[in-house]
Design a protein around this ligand. Structure first.
Ligand SMILES: C[S@@+](CC[C@H](N)C(=O)[O-])C[C@H]1O[C@@H](n2cnc3c(N)ncnc32)[C@H](O)[C@@H]1O
Length: 322
């Protein structure tokens, strides 16, 4: 079967190059599931009732974020910078900002994401949820490949506390989590007046089937398949295999080709798959707290608070750069 890469599906030329590299290595990083038209699919997925994880984290933010994190920062003024890494559609940040407003804080917000379209959606969602909010700054970044200290310096006052947040289990998605944490650590310039808050789902052997059920729905299948539509594939052209890899503790989604394909990538050459070849479209790691403490220590963060939901399967971790 002959296919052609649709260059119009991308937001900028550098994404096309990275996407073709991903096709060649049979691994498409999840960031491609959020670009172009996929940004709108993601916005709908987050707003759908099946996106349960989002509710667990939002509840933790509403009930514990202020008392267990913000009040312990020892701030002399009620003002903060919030740097939202991988802002997505902005609704999670809106919850954080709402909690801070309710406690009379003034906030400078910076949304950072790989997807330009999602940043636009985030601006609209925050503005409509919190009409009184002032300027919403946003910037395109790639925390998997480099630090983003320039973006932080460009928008935010350095004389007030900066709280970096990475929510929605986003840390579970990069293939190289240590590189992602290292890039984030390098982006924190004022280590004496900054903190880093991460929301993640924890590993529980007994609940693997329950975890997988969160992915067994049409909204997720459509979202995860979207990057393959950029080369003209349809879901009927192969098998979408959603499973849990016990050795890596990853939820993994592969697409397996029912027939050989030749993909014309224009000036970037071509990519060929044989029948039965598999491409990794999605991975989502499940963490245990010991590994997290080790990964954070290795990348120069110290975890100082661990907020768990009542089922103890989701954590908001607050750490400081050391
Ligand atoms: C799982 S969503 C979470 C969105 C939001 N924080 C929430 O909690 O709803 C992950 C977000 O991170 C962004 N993202 C993924 N990889 C990225 C990368 N390498 N650099 C910057 N943003 C990335 C995606 O575009 C997406 O908006």
């Amino acid at each position: 079967m002959k296919l052609k890469l649709d260059e119009q599906a991308f937001e900028r030329p550098s994404q096309i190059q990275e996407f073709v590299q991903g096709l060649q290595s049979q691994f498409l990083p999840l960031k491609f599931a959020y670009i172009g038209s996929a940004a709108f699919t993601h916005d709908q997925l987050v707003k759908s009732p099946s996106y349960r994880l989002s509710d667990i984290e939002s509840t933790l933010i509403r009930e514990r974020f202020y008392t267990d994190i913000v009040t312990r920062l020892g701030l002399s003024k009620k003002s903060l910078n919030i740097i939202d890494i991988g802002s997505g559609n902005g609704l999670k940040a809106a919850t954080v900002l709402d909690v801070l407003f309710s406690n009379q804080f003034s906030v400078r917000y910076l949304g950072l994401d790989y997807s330009q379209n999602l940043l636009k959606i985030a601006k609209e969602n925050i503005a409509s949820t919190l009409p009184a909010f002032g300027i919403i700054n946003t910037e395109v970044i790639d925390f998997e490949s480099e630090s983003f200290s320039d973006a932080v310096l460009k928008y935010l006052p350095i004389d007030q506390y900066s709280l970096f947040v990475l929510l929605g289990h986003t840390l579970g998605n990069p293939l190289n989590r240590i590189a992602a944490l290292t890039n984030i650590r390098k982006s924190i310039i004022d280590k004496n007046s900054s903190g880093f808050c991460v929301g993640i789902e924890l590993f529980d052997e007994a609940k693997v089937n329950e975890t997988l059920m969160n992915y067994q729905n049409d909204a997720f299948r459509a979202a995860v398949f979207t990057p393959l539509t950029f080369i003209g594939l349809s879901p009927e052209d192969g098998l979408l295999d959603i499973g849990f890899n016990h050795s890596t503790k990853n939820v993994e989604v592969y697409f397996e080709f029912y027939q050989g394909v030749h993909i014309d990538c224009g000036a970037l050459g071509s990519v060929v798959y044989e029948k039965g070849d598999r491409i990794l479209l999605f991975l989502s790691h499940r963490f245990d707290l010991d590994t997290l403490h080790r990964n954070f220590a290795e990348t120069k963060f110290e975890i100082v608070a661990t907020l768990l939901n009542p089922k103890a399967n989701y954590a908001l971790l607050f750490s400081v750069p050391v």
